[in-house]
Design a protein around this ligand. Structure first.
Ligand code: UT7
Length: 332
């Protein structure tokens, strides 16, 4: 892929609710155990938003941190993309609410829904605009407040999810630097494996839907698991091929954080040792579109990346969807 100029991450930030819910707390709500959750998923605790915290609140904190790190003003943003399945409301877009609260009056703004792959879809779209010269600064936020669509009586799902947000800002760089390749895919035939039945035009939220719990996440865990293990390996291999790189070139894999067993299986398929795989699901659970950017922002803040490091981001989610990106880190 030859472009006139490149696109790179010039700023990043994250925002996590302060409330921690441990596996022990969940033992008191549903028939589960710390032992089951830890061995089957790797999750120990997760963050849960306070009742007054909505997606745009976490997005605002993450975006402001990213602007500060990028050392630019909100007016310099040309485009805002918010990837989420839990927007403040169906419309207007959470990205527009965020645009207003940031004072980013020169930015266009839209929401993007690609399940847990949303951040990678947003990164790919933002990258095109920067590479082709249409825009100089694109803000991409991955935010989800899954606690609002979680059935806290369903042990199959309530132990898995957490709330959080993270943002990156893309800016121009030399061609061949920054984001080296991206890869997106979807398979709508798997839509029924992970979905929210009610609240849309197919099944508006009425009393019966509420009584049947159709306002909550419905998931076929084992089917999503099988798909995830296969697609993580395939997508990482494909995106590396597109960047003309090999597995040996990878400094860190930043996978979607859904289950430690999925991450381990993908790492095994890619022959990557565990120290080259970034994991935070033990502390945050699965934060959907926020999982990958939170892991990225955290590692960047901790100074784990050196200029020249090759990062592979890879994720999967409802849709079914998947996405991957290779980037060469160039921040000091
Ligand atoms: O971002 C994408 C979103 N989702 C995912 O990536 C999820 C992918 N799937 C998974 O991570 C796993 O399939 C789960 C963690 C959801 C489930 O693990 P599993 O090893 O596939 O378990 P299972 O669904 O086959 O259930 C095994 C047993 C069942 O009991 P029986 O029927 O064998 O008696 C479940 O009822 O484990 C039981 N179980 C639990 N037990 C204690 C399910 N959830 C729990 C729980 N505590 N929280």
């Amino acid at each position: 892929m030859t472009t006139k100029r490149g696109a790179t991450i010039i700023g990043w930030g994250k925002a996590l609710p302060s409330k921690i819910v441990t596996n022990g707390d969940l033992e008191r709500i549903v028939d589960t155990s710390d032992e089951w959750i830890t061995t089957r998923t790797g999750i120990k605790e997760r963050r849960v938003a306070s009742p007054e915290q909505a997606a745009s609140d976490l997005a605002l904190d993450a975006a402001q941190a990213a602007l500060k790190r990028a050392n630019i003003n909100a007016e310099e943003l040309d485009l805002i993309i918010v990837a989420t399945v839990t927007p403040d409301m169906a419309f207007p877009a959470t990205a527009c609410l965020l645009q207003h609260r940031l004072g980013a009056q020169n930015a266009s703004a839209f929401d993007l829904e690609a399940g847990c792959s949303g951040f990678l879809y947003g990164l790919t779209i933002g990258c095109q605009f920067v590479q082709n010269g249409t825009y100089n600064h694109v803000l991409i936020v991955g935010v989800d407040i899954l606690s609002r669509i979680t059935n806290w009586q369903d042990r199959n799902t309530c132990v898995l999810f957490g709330d959080g947000a993270a943002a990156v800002i893309l800016g121009p760089c030399e061609s061949g630097q920054g984001i080296l390749s991206t890869y997106l895919g979807s398979d709508g035939s798997g839509g029924s494996h992970l979905y929210l039945p009610a609240g849309g035009s197919r099944r508006p939220l009425d009393q019966l839907a509420l009584e049947q719990g159709l306002q909550y996440i419905h998931m076929n865990g084992p089917e999503v698991f099988k798909f995830a293990v296969r697609i993580m390996g395939e997508a990482a291999a494909e995106v590396l091929k597109r960047a003309d790189l090999k597995l040996e070139d990878v400094t860190y894999l930043i996978p979607h954080q859904a289950n430690q067993r999925i991450i381990d299986a993908a790492a095994r398929r890619l022959h990557l040792p565990t120290e080259r795989v970034l994991v935070n699901l033990d502390r945050y659970g699965n934060m959907s579109s926020a999982s990958i950017p939170v892991a990225l922002a955290e590692a960047a803040d901790d100074g784990r990346f050196q200029p020249g490091d090759v990062l592979v981001l890879v994720g999967f989610g409802a849709g079914l969807t998947w996405g991957a990106a290779v980037l060469k880190w160039d921040q000091v």
